[in-house]
Design a protein around this ligand. Structure first.
Ligand SMILES: Cc1cc2nc3c(=O)[nH]c(=O)nc-3n(C[C@H](O)[C@H](O)[C@H](O)COP(=O)(O)O)c2cc1C
Length: 158
């Protein structure tokens, strides 16, 4: 099948837009994520797919947990901030209100809601790494509608 047809159909899939935060003690990072899904009821588990070239992999591979911060549909600026590549010595979290989760990763206080996850399984697939997290905590922090790819923000190949 032609690549452009595959691309066209994959482009019809809808996703949430969230910020995944990782790391502790001044070594935190975060990245905007769409490839996110619940994959188990009992125990509750979620899957994220992270491009192997992203800086965040270094954090995810070195720590035991991550937080999925669901954004509100009016938080495009925040989504954009975390969709930039990390620079040496820079923290994308600087100036943002955070609180430490049980897994150790920062929770963004401005997020709509969060899932705190303990890494349970990892796998390599194509050009992405998969991280499956057991959900060990959750909270609704603010009111509003959740951001989805319907907002116009999509994960595309750069
Ligand atoms: C709406 C949107 C969704 C994204 N979803 C993903 C994703 O699911 N997985 C991924 O690896 N990168 C995704 N990205 C790209 C990363 O957020 C971006 O490459 C970021 O710079 C990575 O940060 P890092 O270099 O600090 O790890 C997405 C970007 C946008 C704008």
């Amino acid at each position: 099948m032609a690549d452009d047809k595959i691309k066209e159909v994959l482009g019809k899939l809808q996703y949430n837009v969230a910020v995944v935060t990782v790391g502790t003690g001044g070594a935190e990072n975060g990245l905007t994520i769409s490839w996110l899904s619940q994959v188990s009821f009992d125990p509750p588990m979620v899957l994220i797919a992270v491009n192997r070239n992203h800086y965040s992999n270094l954090h995810l591979e070195g720590v035991g947990g991550f937080v999925v911060n669901l954004l509100r549909d009016d938080q495009k600026e925040l989504a954009g901030r975390f969709a930039r590549q990390s620079m040496e010595g820079e923290s994308k979290l600087e100036g943002l209100g955070t609180q430490e989760s049980e897994s150790g990763a920062p929770i963004l206080k401005d997020a709509l809601a969060y899932l705190d996850c303990e890494v349970a399984e990892t796998a390599e697939t194509g050009d992405h790494n998969l991280f499956i997290g057991k959900v060990i905590g959750a909270g609704v922090l603010n009111e509003g509608a959740v951001m989805t790819s319907a907002s116009g923000l999509r994960y595309g190949k750069s």
